[in-house]
Design a protein around this ligand. Structure first.
Ligand code: DQA
Length: 148
């Protein structure tokens, strides 16, 4: 059972990119930690990053066809992309929007997310650890697991 974790523009530079905001953990480190956590839960993670909006749309569609759930950090496309919103709307699988930073505590232009209305849940402000929180939450949604 595979879950997709998709990352948008500039997230390839995590670790070096504005570390005071995004931390020093690299995207590769996050991918490894997620793979290990998923394996423990008997799942596989398809972990990807792109700087290109259209490719992100292609991958969202692919997640809908092949995945059991989706975590997406669309980076700056969060605040601009109707195409990603539309692609997410079509997905019948559980889907979570994820941001390392608390987008509501930053510049005003980051407070608007085109993605939030098209997903089941939003996690932000937990840094790299948010990915593990999101995976745990996604598995609960997939398994329709009640609290506890
Ligand atoms: C981000 C927040 C976005 O506003 C920003 O453009 C990013 C990263 C985050 O993970 O905090 O690229 O999605």
């Amino acid at each position: 059972m595979t879950v997709f974790v998709l990352n948008g523009p500039n997230l390839n530079l995590l670790g070096a990119r504005e570390p005071e905001i995004y931390g020093r953990t690299t995207l590769e480190d996050i991918g490894k930690a997620l793979a290990a956590a998923a394996a423990k839960a008997g799942r596989k993670v398809e972990f990807r990053q792109t700087n290109h909006e259209g490719l992100l749309v292609d991958w969202v569609q692919e997640a809908g066809a092949k995945g059991k759930g989706l975590i997406i950090n669309p980076g700056a496309y969060t605040h601009t992309s109707i195409a990603i919103h539309d692609a997410l709307k079509m997905l019948a699988i559980p889907k979570i929007e994820l941001h390392l930073s608390n987008i509501h505590a930053r510049e005003a232009f980051r407070r608007l997310s085109y993605v939030s209305p098209a997903v089941d849940a939003v996690i932000c402000g937990l840094g790299a650890a948010g990915y593990l929180t999101a995976l745990d939450a996604l598995i609960r949604l997939i398994d329709k697991k009640p609290f506890a």
